[in-house]
Design a protein around this ligand. Structure first.
Ligand code: ZN
Length: 239
């Protein structure tokens, strides 16, 4: 009874407080926006940083991550997140939104198409990554542990790379897991693009499309979260 009285006497602002949300070196309090980086330490090659923002809603809800710049020369998703920044109000938000502004800073800074200028690897084929691997593998590991593992939904945004001109579309990946497939379907429809590639024809192994084993989408699917893969346009083997 005494405990009950104590709780009733607490101001409502204390009772309503949520825990802060942490990604990398960034800590966002409830109802606030925080920006900073995920540090990728040096390994066999040089280290790098991944710039992020966290919009931690005042009220509880799901966590959704938007990942731009997996291919660093694909600027449209990077610019889209800059445009979206001012449209998210954490005071009225239920849940948490994470922006990965540029996943692949080495590629962004050197303007390389598909492949890292450091290790020559495609980050989009390096998931879930390795903590002790080369640059692309360590970036993938950081995104897996800091972003994908902390999210309920992941939107991995691409567009035509430096050598491509593509039409807007989104992939809907069929995994055979009805819960994940329905979440992916809803995400693909929510984008409102007039073309959706329904992806169910790839060779599988243990029920998983083989070609996706090293994609960020597959890393999310392996962890049971909804994944969407909108592309600024068209189909290309490297996207
Ligand atoms: Zn891409």
């Amino acid at each position: 009874m005494r405990i009950l009285v104590l709780i009733l006497l607490l101001p409502s602002s204390v009772l309503a407080q949520r825990e802060a949300f942490t990604v990398g070196t960034v800590v966002a309090q409830a109802g606030r926006v925080a920006s900073g980086t995920i540090e990728v330490p040096a390994g066999p090659d040089e280290g790098t940083q991944i710039p992020i923002s966290i919009f931690h809603g005042r009220n509880p809800g799901p966590v959704i991550a938007f990942v731009a710049g997996t291919h660093g020369y694909e600027y449209a998703p990077i610019l889209a997140l800059q445009t979206m920044r001012s449209r998210i109000d954490p005071q009225s938000l239920a849940g948490t939104v994470i922006f990965v502004h540029v996943a692949n800073m080495p590629s962004f800074l050197k303007r390389t198409v598909y492949y890292s200028p450091i290790d020559g690897k495609n980050l989009n084929r390096s998931f879930p990554g390795r903590k002790d691997g080369t640059s692309s593998e360590r970036i993938a590991h950081a995104l897996t542990t800091e972003i994908i593992a902390k999210s309920d939904y992941v939107i991995d945004i691409h567009c035509g790379d430096g050598n491509e001109s593509l039409r807007p579309y989104s992939y809907w990946i069929n995994t055979g897991n009805s819960r994940i497939d329905e979440a992916g379907r809803q995400l693909a429809l929510a984008f409102g693009l007039d073309h959706i590639v329904v992806d169910r024809g790839r060779p599988t192994r243990f029920g998983i499309p083989v070609e996706y084993r090293d994609h960020p989408r597959q890393t999310g699917i392996d962890r049971g979260i909804g994944v969407s893969w909108p592309v600024g346009s068209g189909i290309h083997p490297q996207d």
